[in-house]
Ligand binder design. Structure first.
Ligand SMILES: NC(=O)C1=CN([C@@H]2O[C@H](COP(=O)(O)OP(=O)(O)OC[C@H]3O[C@@H](n4cnc5c(N)ncnc54)[C@H](O)[C@@H]3O)[C@@H](O)[C@H]2O)C=CC1
Ligand SMILES: O=C(O)[C@H]1O[C@H](OP(=O)(O)OP(=O)(O)OC[C@H]2O[C@@H](n3ccc(=O)[nH]c3=O)[C@H](O)[C@@H]2O)[C@H](O)[C@@H](O)[C@@H]1O
Length: 432
C-alpha cells in the first residue's frame, strides 16, 4: 500500500519504518527541514534500539522516503497517518493545534478518497474535530480513524512489529477493512485487532496510560510508607506482583514517572474530566504524588550533608527519563539537577545516549563525563536517576577509589542492600 506518515518523531518514524518493513511504500513528512535532510542522508535522528537497521534496509529497498511537503504526502498516500505532537497546553489539556492545523491543510489539498488515521494521543471527540476541519474545505470523500499507539520508547520497534493489541476506532467498513489488511502481518501470533467506535478508541489510550501511571504512583506511595515503617518495598513488590490479578510489571518504585506521555496524558485526562464536570480525584493524587516523588531524593541528600550542599561535587548516572532512549522530556533527572544547582552543587553527569539533549538544554551549567567512572571522580555523592544496564553491576572498588566519599543515592533500587554494606558504601535507595 502507499502510506504517508505526517510527523516523524518517536511514533511517526517507527510507524513509517515498520510499515515499510512489510512491503508498503512509505513517505514520511515533517516540517523540520534538518530532520528530513538527515534522514535523506540515511541517518536516524533519534536513538531507538534496532530502528537504524530496518531504517537503512528500507531506504535501500526504496520503500522509505522523506519530504517536508504535505502536498507530496497527499499525492503519495492512500492512507495518511497523523503522528503529530499533542503537548500539554497551559491548562493541562492536550494542545491540538498541530493535528487540526494539518487537518485543515489536508482539507485544502485532498482530491480523492483517503483514510486519515490519527495515531497521536488525543482527547475524546478529536476525530470528529479533524473530520470537520477537513470537510470545511472540501466535498471529497474521506474517513478519519482513531488508531492510538501503545509503543514504549526503547522497545518501540518490537512493540510496533509485535503489538499486544491494535485498537481501531471507526464506523467505516471500507476504512476498517483496509486498516486490518495493513496490520495483518503484525498480528500473526493471534493478538487481536479490536474495533470500536472512535470515542472509545480515543479514551482507551488515555485510560491505559493513566492506569499505568497510577500503578507506578501507588507503588511509590507504598515505597514511601515502607521507609517510615521499616519494610522493604522490593519484597512487598514481589509478594504483591506474583498475584496474577496484579501482575509483576509496572510495580517498580523510583523517582517518579517521566517521559513525553504519562505526565501530559494524565493531566489531559484530568482536564477532559473537568470539562465534562467530572472530578477525577484519583488523577489529582497521581499528579501530586508524582511531582513530589521526582524530588524525593533531595531531602535525603540534604540530610546526609546536614543541609550544606554548597560546592559539593555530585555525580549523576542517567539523564534520560528511562533506559534505552535519548528522550529527556519530563525526566526526573532534570528536576533533581535543578534542585541541586539551586543549592550551588557542582554536577558531573553521564548518560549513554541522552547527554547531547541535556547539553542543548542546560549548556555548561553542568559538566558531562565521557564515562560513568569519569563522572564520579572526586564526587561527594553519586545519584542514580536512570536504570541503564551499564549501571547495574559497577566495579565498586574502582568507584570507591575514584569518589571522595562512598555515598550512593539510588533512585532506581539497582543494588542489594547487603552487598552495599559489604562494599562499605552508604547506600540510600527508595522504599528500603
Ligand atoms: N513517544 C511515545 O512513546 C509515544 C507517543 N504517542 C503520541 O504520539 C504523538 C507523537 O508523539 P512523538 O512521536 O513522541 O512526538 P515527537 O515530538 O517526537 O514528534 C512529532 C514530530 O511531528 C513534527 N511536526 C510538528 N508539526 C508538524 C507539521 N505541521 N507537519 C509535519 N510534521 C510536524 C515534529 O517536527 C516532530 O518531528 C503524541 O500525541 C504522543 O502523545 C503515543 C504513543 C507512544
Ligand atoms: O503513550 C506513550 O507515549 C507511551 O507511554 C508509556 O511508554 P514510555 O513513556 O515510553 O515508557 P514506560 O516504560 O511506560 O515508562 C514511563 C515512565 O514510568 C517509569 N516507570 C515505569 C515502570 C515502573 O515500574 N516504574 C516506573 O517508575 C519509567 O521510569 C518512566 O519514567 C507506555 O508504557 C506506552 O504503552 C505508551 O504508548
Amino acid at each position: 500500500m502507499n502510506i504517508t506518515v505526517v510527523g516523524t518523531g518517536y511514533v511517526g518514524l517507527v510507524t513509517g519504518t515498520c510499515l515499510a518493513e512489510t512491503g508498503n511504500n512509505v513517505l514520511c513528512i515533517d516540517i523540520d527541514e534538518n530532520k528530513i535532510e538527515l534522514m535523506k542522508k540515511g541517518q536516524v535522528p533519534i536513538y531507538e534500539p534496532h530502528l537504524d537497521v530496518i531504517f537503512e534496509r528500507n531506504i535501500k529497498a526504496d520503500r522509505l522516503k522523506f519530504s517536508t511537503k504535505l502536498q507530496d504526502g497527499l499525492n503519495h498516500g492512500d492512507i495518511i497517518f497523523l503522528a503529530l505532537p499533542t503537548p500539554e497546553d497551559e491548562d493541562g489539556s492536550a494542545d491540538l493545534k498541530y493535528i487540526l492545523g494539518v487537518a485543515d491543510e489536508i482539507g485544502k489539498r485532498i482530491t480523492n478518497y483517503k483514510i486519515i488515521i490519527d495515531k497521536s494521543t488525543v482527547p475524546v471527540g478529536t476525530s470528529e474535530k479533524v473530520a470537520k476541519a477537513i470537510a470545511k474545505h472540501t466535498d471529497v470523500d474521506f474517513d478519519v480513524v482513531s488508531n492510538p499507539e501503545f509503543l514504549r520508547e526503547g522497545f518501540a520497534v518490537d512493540d510496533f512489529l509485535k503489538p499486544e493489541r491494535i485498537v481501531i476506532g471507526s464506523d467505516s467498513e471500507r476504512a476498517i477493512e483496509q486498516i486490518k489488511k495493513l496490520y495483518k502481518p503484525y498480528v500473526r501470533s493471534g493478538n487481536p485487532i479490536i474495533v470500536m467506535d472512535k470515542k472509545s478508541a480515543e479514551l482507551t489510550k488515555y485510560a491505559a496510560n493513566a492506569f499505568l501511571a497510577t500503578k507506578i504512583t501507588f507503588m511509590n506511595e507504598i515505597a514511601n510508607f515502607c521507609e517510615l515503617v521499616g519494610a522493604d518495598v522490593d519484597k512487598v513488590r514481589i509478594g504483591m506482583g506474583t498475584d496474577s490479578r496484579i501482575g509483576k510489571r509496572f510495580l517498580f518504585p523510583g523517582i517518579g514517572y517521566g517521559g513525553s506521555c504519562f505526565p501530559k496524558d494524565v493531566k489531559a485526562l484530568h482536564k477532559s474530566g473537568r470539562d465534562s464536570n467530572y472530578d477525577f480525584k484519583i488523577l489529582d493524587a497521581v499528579i501530586e504524588v508524582n511531582q513530589k516523588q521526582k524530588l524525593s531524593l533531595i531531602p535525603k541528600v540534604e540530610a546526609h550533608f546536614d543541609n550544606k550542599l554548597e560546592n559539593k561535587n555530585i555525580a549523576i548516572w542517567g539523564l534520560a527519563f528511562k533506559p534505552e532512549t535519548d528522550d529527556i522530556r519530563e525526566a526526573p533527572s532534570l528536576e533533581i539537577i535543578n534542585a541541586l544547582l539551586k543549592q550551588n552543587c557542582l554536577i558531573s553527569a553521564f548518560d549513554p545516549e541522552a547527554m547531547p539533549n541535556v547539553k542543548r538544554k542546560l549548556g555548561d551549567k553542568i559538566s558531562f563525563a565521557n564515562s560513568m567512572y569519569e563522572a564520579v571522580k572526586d564526587a561527594d555523592a553519586l545519584i542514580i536517576c536512570t536504570e541503564w544496564s551499564i549501571f547495574r553491576n559497577p566495579d565498586f572498588k574502582k568507584l570507591k577509589s575514584l569518589m571522595s566519599s562512598s555515598v550512593i543515592f539510588d533512585g532506581r533500587n539497582l543494588y542489594d542492600i547487603a552487598e552495599m554494606e559489604k562494599e562499605n558504601f552508604k547506600y540510600i535507595s527508595v522504599g528500603r
